[in-house]
Design a protein around this ligand. Sequence first.
Ligand SMILES: Nc1ncnc2c1ncn2[C@@H]1O[C@H](COP(=O)(O)OP(=O)(O)OP(=O)(O)O)[C@@H](O)[C@H]1O
Length: 219
Amino acid sequence: MALSVRGLRARRGRFELFVESLAVNSVVVLLGRNGSGKTTLLDAIAGVIPAEGVVEACGRDVSALPPEERRLVYIQATPVDPPAKAGKFLRAVAARWGRDRRAVLEVAERLGIRHLLEASSMSTGQKQLVNIAAGLLADPCAFLMDEPASHLDWFNKRLVNNVVRKLDKPVLYVTHDPIEAAYVGDRICVVEQGRLTKCVDNPGVKTDDVDRFVEALFS
Ligand SMILES: Nc1ncnc2c1ncn2[C@@H]1O[C@H](COP(=O)(O)OP(=O)(O)OP(=O)(O)O)[C@@H](O)[C@H]1O
């Protein structure tokens, strides 16, 4: 079921975002210059900043609900520090959603982070993988992802991209990387000065040459 937005208006100082309509059925990528309003759009949908207009998720109007009741997973560009070791944290998230330890191990396997479950310290990119794992353990109506791969190496970026492509939930995905946009998105929308100025279906740009180039460098 789609995540959809109608007549969404939000302000940040003198900056104004207005999105007349946006339907997210699969993976929709937002591309735009710095300061164009991509994060503001995700913040407004998540409900972490005040906004006018309608946001629908799982077929219900969530516009008046606080963020924690909207059933949206919001992965932000800068990962949140897990409050405990990754394994303990992810087991707590799983329990919150009625899932067991096997679900944690399965998600950790998918994201290649089993070795981090008991780690006492992690890099920023490793923390981001744990944040993404926590999001996958939840049962949201949709995912909002703001540059989720900006701290990830190419291999982890591809791994996360592949996980995102297989999610059977709507995903609104911000990246600055057009190669990543072409790889992960079903639709690509351009954000300019707080407006969606263009949305196109992914024409199927091939990114294999870049993949081969990076793999050769690290082989
Ligand atoms: N905390 C803030 N206080 C006031 N204005 C802000 C604040 N954060 C952002 N803005 C304004 O909102 C505009 C949109 O910012 P936003 O973070 O949504 O852009 P973005 O497209 O996500 O940028 P980037 O690609 O650099 O992450 C900015 O141009 C800036 O003028």
